[in-house]
Design a protein around this ligand. Structure first.
Ligand code: ZN
Length: 225
């Protein structure tokens, strides 16, 4: 694509500084990364064969390719507030159901990862639903996660701030496990798991240090990846 084409269609003249930065980034990508990896993108243009479906939060601080050192084409990704997977409902298939069905039945992914993260605004709202009175859509969506709320931290906390942090961490973990349970209600997932073609995993990414913990199903505990 020629830069002049982009200037015409995406002129940032009357737009926000955020959009100007983004358009400059598009040009930088085209001139540098794309030029240096033309063969890779030409190959990619003929189709996708990702082996992983990653379900994660819409939070802007999560960059799935960056934190897994993966490439375009490696991950089929579904994102929403609080990495939620609504239970399968044959009467009202959700957007999530369509993504999951396509990933499992058509793309044939071998693994599905539900990945939560630290400091998740969606999970904070699950713990404080009273703050959602002016956000009916968010409030309704988070109903899929309310049973994950941790009432009391498992370990005693030294102060109210620490107790809140513990509740947030526990609720984030609980929510990942809850969404894995919901994931297994989707017929395509259940069938592929039953014949050993699909495995599902719970991950929790810590923004502050880049670490990821995973839920060890055998030991029934969270471990570092
Ligand atoms: Zn989040």
């Amino acid at each position: 694509m020629k830069r002049s084409t982009l200037h015409k269609s995406g002129s940032p003249s009357a737009s926000s500084s955020g959009l100007k930065k983004l358009v400059a980034g598009v040009h930088k990508f085209q001139l540098e990364h794309f030029e240096e990896n033309k063969l890779f993108f030409e190959k990619l243009a003929h189709g996708q064969k990702p082996q992983i479906l990653l379900i994660t939060c819409a939070d802007s601080r999560i960059d799935p390719n960056l934190i897994t050192a993966s490439q375009p084409g490696d991950l089929f990704i579904m994102r929403n507030v609080a990495n939620i997977v609504p239970q399968y409902n044959s009467d009202a298939p959700s957007e999530a159901a369509a993504v999951i069905e396509y990933a499992v039945s058509v793309l044939g992914v071998a693994d599905v990862i539900v990945m939560g993260h630290s400091d998740c605004g969606g999970i904070k709202a699950v713990l404080h639903p009273e703050k959602l009175t002016t956000l009916p859509a968010v409030s309704s969506w988070l109903n899929h996660a309310t049973t994950a709320a941790s009432a009391n931290p498992a370990a005693p906390a030294c102060c109210s701030l620490c107790e809140e942090a513990q509740r947030l961490a526990e609720t984030t973990n609980n929510n990942i496990l809850l969404q894995l349970k919901n994931l297994a209600t989707h017929p395509s997932v259940a069938a592929a798991m039953a014949n050993g073609k699909l495995h599902i995993h719970g991950w929790n990414y810590q923004i502050e240090n880049g670490s990821i913990s995973y839920f060890d199903k055998d030991r029934k505990r969270w471990c570092q990846l």
